[in-house]
Design a protein around this ligand. Structure first.
Ligand SMILES: NC(=O)c1ccc[n+]([C@@H]2O[C@H](COP(=O)([O-])OP(=O)(O)OC[C@H]3O[C@@H](n4cnc5c(N)ncnc54)[C@H](O)[C@@H]3O)[C@@H](O)[C@H]2O)c1
Length: 275
């Protein structure tokens, strides 16, 4: 995607929407869950998939989020914009039901959500109460497994499922705490789902971006220090953007990546290879 050719959208930064000459994902349709605002990783994915010609359905958490998500959804001409709070029983099912009534197949799902109650996230793992543990794993991991189940019958011609993870699943990252445990479970789920769904042509990936200043990240203490360290230590000496994450994710949805599955792809400037 060329930076030089980006469009100007009134009220948004000039680089708001990337433009790609080759519509490599034309004819593909997918769901992107997790746009809260224009800083969300899910928004970076939505822009990239749209630029490459895919049709993208999106969700918003609740009425409060709707006013931030709807203008973004209009920019990418999202044909379906639906409410989804995964804590509300039946809402995930309703989203997939609505999609199945509008589209006869689904090609990709991007799951870009995570949640942990403050007292669970900001304390030691050793102190986490059962309730906080269950809520963290439920929203941040189980919902991906359930979305895979709901997507499976719609991915008649195969497809790709994505979730967002972080390096704190592999090693102890200060302040990442219980979310590291949840991301380790999520990455393992990716491998099991990839093994189970591979025979149907459904591929499954975790994308592991370097730190990005999003709303979710603001819940992690001393996040600015993490950003500084990432920039100083990563081989490319640069922070990643949501557009970098979107482009890498969109590549894995392309048929050219048909033999790649079960991966955790790092989009972190190489940070994870450095001691
Ligand atoms: N920001 C980072 O540094 C970073 C790095 C690696 C991975 N990630 C992961 O990327 C994903 C997206 O986070 P982000 O950084 O873009 O932040 P974000 O705040 O923009 O997105 C988080 C999304 O989770 C959604 N969410 C939370 N609870 C929900 C619920 N009950 N039902 C439905 N949606 C719910 C929020 O509405 C929001 O859209 C998360 O999985 C996060 O762990 C973030």
């Amino acid at each position: 995607m060329s930076l030089a050719e980006q469009q100007e959208i009134p009220g948004m930064a000039p680089s708001a929407l990337p433009v790609a000459k080759a519509k490599l994902l034309e004819g593909k349709r997918g769901l992107i869950v997790g746009i809260a605002n224009e800083h969300s990783i899910a928004w970076g994915c939505a822009k990239a998939f749209h630029a490459l010609g895919a049709e993208v359905a999106v969700t918003y958490l609740n009425d409060k989020a709707q006013k931030y998500v709807e203008p973004l959804a209009r920019l990418i001409e999202a044909p379906l914009v639906m409410p989804l709070d995964v804590n509300i029983p039946g809402q995930m099912e309703a989203v997939f039901e609505k999609i199945s009534r509008s589209w006869n197949s689904l090609d990709f799902v991007v799951h870009s959500i995570a949640f942990s109650p403050k007292e669970a996230l900001q304390g030691r793992v050793v102190d986490v109460e059962r309730e906080g543990f269950l809520k963290t794993l439920d929203v941040s991991c189980w919902t991906f497994i359930r979305m895979a189940k709901l997507a499976e019958p719609m991915m008649r011609r195969g497809g790709t499922l994505f979730t967002m993870t972080y390096y704190g699943s592999q090693i102890v990252v200060q302040n990442y705490n219980i979310m590291g445990v949840a991301k380790a479970a999520l990455e393992s789920a990716v491998r099991y789902l990839a093994a189970e769904l591979g025979p149907k042509g459904i591929r499954v990936h975790a994308i592991s971006p370097g730190p990005l200043a999003t709303r979710a990240a603001s819940g992690i203490p001393e996040f600015d220090e993490l950003l500084e360290l990432a920039k100083a230590k990563a081989p490319v000496r640069s922070l990643v953007s949501i557009d970098d994450v979107g482009a890498a994710t969109a590549f894995l949805a392309h048929d050219a990546a048909r033999l790649i599955t079960g991966e955790t792809l790092y989009v972190d400037g190489g940070y994870h290879i450095i001691d």
